[in-house]
Design a protein around this ligand. Structure first.
Ligand SMILES: [Mn+2]
Length: 413
């Protein structure tokens, strides 16, 4: 029995974060998507170069469960490569892979249907023994669970959502504990999951994981019969328990937005050997830098504004980074900034956004001004109210408001 070398990565989310990239005219692909492909290449190439025994992917392959063909193609290329190299690869279903339909299908179903050699899809709670070139490994899977697949209508009818959650937790507990009882102590055993563990810290990706999710107590996984517990779902890499067993989130492979500016991204390498302390290493995928440059220009003399802003940009700028420049400036000074010069300073970035926050003198609207028009045109009033919102956001909000007003008009008609 040898050492089992394992690569674990998670939360690929092909198709996310593309608003910070433009189209590469040579490939026709969004340049941020190319970043995400490069990020995926890292655990895949590492696995091949180091001839590992097992690759684990713990879910959320695409932005949606109905991915564009190009996302499927680029993911499939890498899976095929692992398959051709004879590296057992396991794919676990995450919440973004699930289509909330009665048929229970998901974005990874295709690999199951085609029965790709060395590729195993886990879409339910189960225990499987996987043969690797060195040894067998036992895998307990806990994919994203949905109420409709876990409970029958009879079971949840009449229950509050809290009670439904508790019932689901109880079912999950029984199912995974049942799997643990079946484990053969001869071979290493790991549990892979996609979901939230109670003590975990969310990263900045919460907008991606919207939707009600269960939180599992950490104690479900603190079991001596397991050699490793590897989770996906939360994008911030974190270790929840150092040993007996090691419990961690691999984290995502690329940054999606500025919320993740300070989070590293990468994958996990493990060496598992029965009854031997596990060796674990986090390997950064060197994700693209996101940099926010902030500058306060409201309490500075008129003549210095441009200089101060330029200095701040020069200080924080990194070539190839995605830059967000934010500065606070009073309305009357706005013209003192030479934006073209600032843009020149940012030209070697990957992409940038400039977001001046213009501080206007207090405005108050007299009631009489509002009074006559408020019933006639709520949109005009809203437009006034949104005076300090950026043009882009204002346009967006006004569009939504217009739709609402139209709906109300239709309803009342
Ligand atoms: Mn997820």
């Amino acid at each position: 029995m040898g050492i089992l070398k394992v690569v674990h990565f998670s939360d690929l989310h092909f198709g996310s974060g593309e608003r910070y990239g433009s189209i590469n005219p040579e490939s026709g692909l969004n340049k941020r998507f190319e970043d995400f492909i490069t990020a995926l290449d890292q655990p895949v190439n590492f696995a091949i170069d180091n001839n590992v025994d097992l690759v684990i992917f713990t879910g959320d392959t695409y932005k949606h469960a109905i991915p564009e063909p190009i996302y499927q193609k680029e993911f499939a290329k890498r899976i095929k490569l692992l398959s051709k190299k004879g590296i057992p690869t396991i794919l676990l279903v995450g919440n973004h892979d699930v289509l909330y339909k009665v048929d229970g299908s998901h974005a990874l179903d295709i690999y199951k249907t085609l029965d790709v050699e060395h590729i195993t899809v886990f879409d339910k709670i189960e225990l499987k023994k996987i043969k690797t070139k060195n040894d067998f490994i036992q895998i307990i899977s806990l994919p994203h669970v949905t109420k409709s697949r876990l409970l029958t209508k009879e079971e949840y009818r009449g229950l509050s959502s809290k009670e439904q959650d508790n019932l689901m937790l109880e079912k999950v507990k029984q199912a995974i504990f049942g799997c643990m009882e079946e484990l053969d102590p001869t071979y290493p055993a790991i549990l892979i999951g996609h979901g939230t563990i109670e003590s975990a810290q969310f990263g900045a990706e919460q907008d991606l994981s919207i939707g009600k999710v269960l939180s599992y107590p950490l104690s479900y996984f603190q079991r001596s019969e397991l050699d490793y517990v590897g989770f996906g779902h939360i994008h911030r890499h974190q270790v929840l328990q150092e040993k007996n067993p090691l419990i961690l989130y691999a984290g995502s492979l690329e940054r999606v937005d500025f919320g993740e500016e300070k989070e590293d991204k990468g994958f996990v390498y493990l060496e598992i050997q029965k009854d031997t302390p596990l060796v674990y290493k986090y390997i950064s995928s060197s994700p693209r830098h996101f940099i926010t440059i902030e500058c306060e220009l409201t309490d500075v003399g008129d003549e210095n504004l441009q200089n101060i802003l330029e200095n701040e940009v020069n200080k924080k700028f990194k070539k190839g980074a995605i830059i967000r420049l934010r500065y606070k400036i009073s309305e009357e000074h706005l013209d003192l900034i030479d934006l073209e010069k600032i843009k020149m300073l940012l030209k070697d970035s990957f992409s940038y956004v400039i977001q001046p926050e213009v501080i206007r003198k207090e405005r108050s609207y007299r009631i009489s001004e509002i009074d006559s028009s408020i019933t006639a045109s709520p949109i005009t009033i809203l437009e006034k109210y949104l005076y300090d919102v950026s043009d882009e956001e204002k346009a967006c909000l006004l569009n939504i408001a217009k739709e609402l007003v139209q709906e109300l008009n239709v309803e009342s008609a």
